[in-house]
Ligand binder design. Sequence first.
Ligand code: ADP
Length: 396
Amino acid sequence: MNILICNVGSTSLKYQLFRMDEGEQVLAAGGAERVGAVKSLFYHKNNVAGDSVRQEMPLPSHREAICAMLEHLLAGCIDSLEEISCVGFKVVHAKGVTGVQYLTEEVLQAMADFNAVAPAHNPPYIAAIRQFRELMPSTPLLGSFETGFHAQMPPEAYLYPLPAQLCRDRAIRRYGFHGASHEYLTAWVSEAMGRKDLKIVSCHLGGSGSLAAVKNGVSVDTTMGMGLQCGVMHNNRIGDMDPYIIFYLVEESGMTSEEVKTLLQTKSGFYGMSGGVSNDLRDIEEAANRGNEDARNAIRSYAYSIKKYIGAYTAAIGGLDAVVFGGGIGRNSPTVRQMSLEGLECLGIRVDEEKNQHAKGGADISVPGSPVRVYVVDTNEEIIVARKAMTLLQKG
Ligand code: ADP
C-alpha cells in the first residue's frame, strides 16, 4: 500500500510517498517553496531510482505545485496514480472534529468554521485539499488532525475560566496541537526505555512549538490552547500573554484590532522580542553571541518558559521519568536545551553538557544513573499520519 503524505503551508508544499507494506519505506520525498512568488522552488528525490531534482520554476498556486509533484512521482516512482491508495494530510484544526478522518465536504466545512482560530493553517489547507480533489478525483483524501493526540485531556486542563455556557456554545476550550510530533516523540521514548507506564514532558520546539505532559502514553495537558497563539513563543507569533494588552493597544495607542492581530501573528515571538533580528533562532543565537541584548533576552525568555512548563507538568503528572526534545530547535539547539534544563536538578534532571553539545537524533544527554532521562529525537510526523491513514483505510 502506497500512501502520499502532504504538508501544506501558505506558500509551501512538502510530501513523502510511503510504501507501507514493506517496512515503511519512503519511495520519494520533495516539496515546493515560495509558492505564489515570481520564482518558486521545486525539489524532488526519487529513492527508487536514486536521483533528485531541484529547480526554480513558476508555481503561481498550490495547484501547479501539486501537478509538478504528481508528474515527478509518475516519472519513475509509480506507474499510475491508482498506485497511491490515499493522500494523508497533517491537518490542523476543525470545529467539533478531531482524530483521523475522511476529508468530506462536512469536515472541510468544520475546518472553515475554525478559520479565525487557525488563520495561517486552515485556509491554505482547505484550498489545497480542494485542488487535490480535482486532480486526483478517485483517490481517498484523509486528514489526521493535530488536536487528536490531546483529545483525552481532563476538563481541568482544557477548560478556560469563561462562562461555561459560552464555552459550550462556541466550542471554546484548550485543544492543543503538534499531536503527531508529540505522539512520535513519546512513543520513541517508551520504546527506548522499554516501558509504557512513563511520565514524560515532550518538547516539540520548531518555528512553532509546544510542550505536552504525557502520562502512560496519554496527553493530559499541553501549552497550546484553542488556537496556536499561546504557550511558549514561536518564530514570529506570540506565546502566552495577558489578553488585556490587546485592549490597551486598541484603546490607548490607536492601533486597529487588525493591526494588533498582525502584530501578534507575524511580528511577535522571536522576531519581535529580538528587535526584528530574524524569526530564525540560528540568527538570534548569533546576534546574542555578538552582544545584542534583545536577542539574548528572547532566548532567555524562551528557555525560561520551557523550564516553567517542565516544572508545572512534573507537578501535573506527579513525577518525571523523561524529557524529550524534538523539532528544529529542540533537535538542534544545545543552548536552548541547556538553558531550559539548568537548575532542574531538584526534579532529578542532570544533563551531561558534553553530550548535549554534540547530540544527534536519538541521543540520551542525561548523566548516567540520574533519575530522569533526557532525549534528543528526530521527530517523524509524517509516519504517524501515514500509519493512522492506513488504519482508517483498512477499516473501510
Ligand atoms: P517548523 O516548525 O516550521 O516545521 P522546524 O521544526 O524545522 O520548523 O524548525 C525550524 C526552526 O528550527 C528554525 O526556524 C530555526 O529557528 C530552528 N533551527 C534549525 N536548526 C537550528 C540550529 N542548528 N540551531 C538553532 N536553531 C535551529
